[in-house]
Design a binder for this molecule. Structure first.
Ligand code: GDP
Ligand code: MG
Length: 153
């Protein structure tokens, strides 16, 4: 597992409207992960449909796309050892009714259709999603804290 693993994290429109941007960023920052890209943006339909294309046959697909278009999202790339899997743990189960307290969805959401945040589910899908949302690439910079976070930086 490389220290340079990356994942795509997106605060959905309800998370932005509810003022949870700072809280969510704080959790990833304080864990020790590195922010590589961040953008607040209105999403267009084609991008939302592409992002969720694997779910296009689901009955909730149209509602899901409308939800993502309903306001700005905060699109981010976070980096660190195991960040894909650990990011999913920080976020919690898809259905907030099953998300443990202490997770983002467990602490701040109730409905599956308003679960405030997205996180890539595997290294491969993360790479696809990062290329889709940040086609011009992410920021590369040295992090002074690396030796304090990793035994082997
Ligand atoms: P995730 O990876 O945990 O976000 O979950 P999925 O990839 O399975 O689904 C993507 C998103 O679709 C979820 O985060 C929910 O916003 C939405 N979603 C999934 N299942 C349902 C459902 O049964 N009903 C509704 N309304 N939305 C759903
Ligand atoms: Mg998913």
């Amino acid at each position: 597992m490389a220290n340079t693993e990356q994942t795509y994290i997106m605060i959905k429109p309800d998370g932005v409207q509810r003022g949870l941007v700072g809280e969510i960023i704080k959790r990833f920052e304080q864990k020790g992960f590195t922010l590589r890209a961040l953008e607040l943006k209105m999403v267009d339909r084609a991008l939302a449909e592409k992002h969720y294309e694997d779910l296009s046959s689901k009955p909730f697909f149209a509602g899901l796309v409308d939800y993502i278009l309903s306001g700005p999202v905060v699109a981010m790339v976070w980096e660190g050892k195991g960040v894909v899997l650990t990011g999913r743990k920080i976020i919690g189960a898809t259905n907030p009714a099953q998300s443990e307290p202490g997770t983002i969805r467990g602490d701040y959401a109730i409905d599956i259709g308003r679960n405030i945040i997205h996180g890539s589910d595997a290294v491969e899908s993360a790479q696809k999603e990062i290329a889709l949302w940040f086609p011009s690439g992410v920021a590369h910079y040295a992090t002074a804290l690396a030796p304090w976070i990793y035994e082997k930086p």
